[in-house]
Design a protein around this ligand. Structure first.
Ligand code: I3S
Length: 128
């Protein structure tokens, strides 16, 4: 186990509301189901909690769990091609586990920030 040689001592953490859908699960195509989700990037883990509002209620709180998490290590991130979605500003995230997601927001600067954060996370954990 090795940590990237500290260009930053801060843990990578980022959160916000994004539209998310799985497109592939364990390598199999699944039907899209776009959901607005409170999204947290914590280390190399991306966590999603369903539903808007209540924002941080599950986070750090007692019992509630994130609805869904993916490990970014060994994954890849790219802009989704037009045939993947008719929406604007769509990120395609592929994970080593064979779960692929589309991540979107109407706000392009929000999506650009997430794109960079995901890319940085993946490259910072590339050797693990
Ligand atoms: O790839 P698709 O099938 O065009 O994705 C659309 C569908 O998931 C659609 O739901 P239904 O399967 O119930 O028709 C969604 O409402 C659309 O948002 C999906 O397309 P976009 O282009 O928005 O990702």
């Amino acid at each position: 186990e090795s940590h990237s040689t500290g260009e930053s001592s801060e843990p990578s953490e980022k959160c916000g509301i994004l539209n998310v859908t799985k497109i592939t699960e364990n390598g199999k195509k699944v039907r899209k189901n776009w959901t607005s989700s409170w999204t947290v990037l914590q280390g190399s883990t991306l966590l999603f909690a369903k539903g808007q509002g209540g924002g941080t209620s599950w986070f750090g709180g007692g019992q509630s769990k994130p609805e869904f998490t993916v490990d970014l290590k060994g994954g890849s991130v790219d802009w989704a091609s037009k045939d993947k979605s008719s929406k604007k500003h769509v990120i395609e995230l592929k994970t080593r586990q064979g779960t692929d997601l589309l991540i979107q927001s109407e706000n392009d600067s929000v999506v650009n920030d997430w794109f960079k954060a995901l890319q940085d996370t993946i490259s910072n954990h590339a050797s693990e």
